[in-house]
Design a protein around this ligand. Structure first.
Ligand SMILES: C[S@@+](CC[C@H](N)C(=O)[O-])C[C@H]1O[C@@H](n2cnc3c(N)ncnc32)[C@H](O)[C@@H]1O
Length: 313
């Protein structure tokens, strides 16, 4: 698989030497989602199409995969990567919270599997133009869907100090939320905060620097919080889980890979409720985690947690 790079004129040019997005927990996804010939699956977070490709192989020529992504660039890349399966998949630019609409448009009432691999891909993270990374400077954007109305720039430059602090606390569990919010508001009164490295510098100024070196970069939680707020990730996740359980056939599987405790808590609690209501059975007691070998090979897999349920009625 090849990974596109952004050139200065913003055209996507595949770079054959660039590493591809490495799909996490691939074997575990196949083991628990257990795609069978002729089944119908939804990959709600298509990304580069890595999981989708492996699932399509299992579904065979009479199976169908519906792939959704709200990032048009990722969708176009997945389209190229899945070229050999054109007749077995429908790839749609859509937010997974509208999964019911996507299936209704295709006249499909129920499916055998729904997979979500949350967050962003390496393709998005490593592209400075998208503003997701605190390591490469770029505009403060962070929208997964580039047609989205609100960017990180809008939040950072127009919310009140209190509102910014609440976002950092609620979505980043940031200990220094108040200090960072105060520093942001003070700096933006001089000039708007436009770039990711400006924001990083402001955060480093706000966070006390003494003591043990931090385990993660001091700006990590703020970036996570802003991304969650810009893309309304947690409410979208709650919506898609509630809709998905009604779209699974009896025996259908729903698997969700999350990357931080806020997401995992939502998945865990929703799945427990379905189990209590005798709608579904959790296939694992604890979330499946990547092996040491996988995290060594792909450090971004480190925080992945995979939970799966099977619809019973
Ligand atoms: C971690 S990547 C998925 C990688 C993919 N599983 C693979 O193997 O290549 C997550 C993808 O989900 C997309 N995404 C995140 N939230 C979404 C949402 N609410 N609706 C649709 N796509 C979403 C992102 O744009 C990104 O492309």
């Amino acid at each position: 698989m090849i990974k596109p790079v952004m050139t200065s004129d913003n055209t996507d040019i595949p770079d054959p030497d660039a590493p591809a997005h490495q799909s996490v927990l691939m074997n575990e996804v196949l083991q628990y989602m257990d795609p069978q010939p002729e089944e119908v699956f939804v990959d709600g977070t298509l990304g580069m199409g890595g999981h989708a490709q492996a699932i399509l192989h299992r579904l065979g020529p009479k199976g169908l995969l519906i792939g959704l992504d709200r990032d048009l660039h990722s969708l176009e890349q997945a389209q190229k990567n899945l070229e050999e399966f054109t007749h077995q998949c429908r790839l749609i630019h859509q937010d997974f919270r509208d999964i019911d609409q996507a299936l209704a448009d295709l006249n499909i009432d129920a499916v055998d599997g729904i997979l979500l691999d949350l967050g962003i891909s390496s393709y998005q993270l490593d592209n400075p133009e998208r503003g997701f990374s605190l390591r490469n400077s770029g505009p403060l954007d962070m929208r997964m869907d580039q047609n989205g109305a609100i960017s990180a720039y809008d939040l950072v430059n127009s919310l009140t100090e209190r509102e910014i602090a609440a976002i950092l606390k609620d979505f980043g569990e940031e200990r220094w939320a108040g200090r960072i919010a105060r520093q942001i508001v003070s700096e933006r009164s001089k000039q708007p905060i436009e770039y990711t490295d400006d924001l990083t510098r402001i955060i480093l100024k706000a966070v006390p620097g003494k003591g043990k070196p931090p385990r993660i970069h001091p700006a990590t939680r703020t970036f996570q919080a802003l991304r969650i707020a810009v893309n309304r990730e947690l409410e979208t996740l709650e919506t898609v889980i509630d809709k998905s359980i009604t779209l699974l056939k009896p025996g259908g599987r729903m698997g969700i890979i999350s990357f931080h405790s806020l997401e995992d808590r939502i998945v865990k609690n929703k799945f427990k409720l379905f189990e209590k209501a005798n709608l579904a059975r959790c296939l694992v007691k604890k979330p499946v985690r990547p092996s040491e070998a996988e995290t060594e090979d792909n450090p971004r897999a480190r925080s992945a947690r995979f939970r799966i349920i099977k619809r019973v009625i």
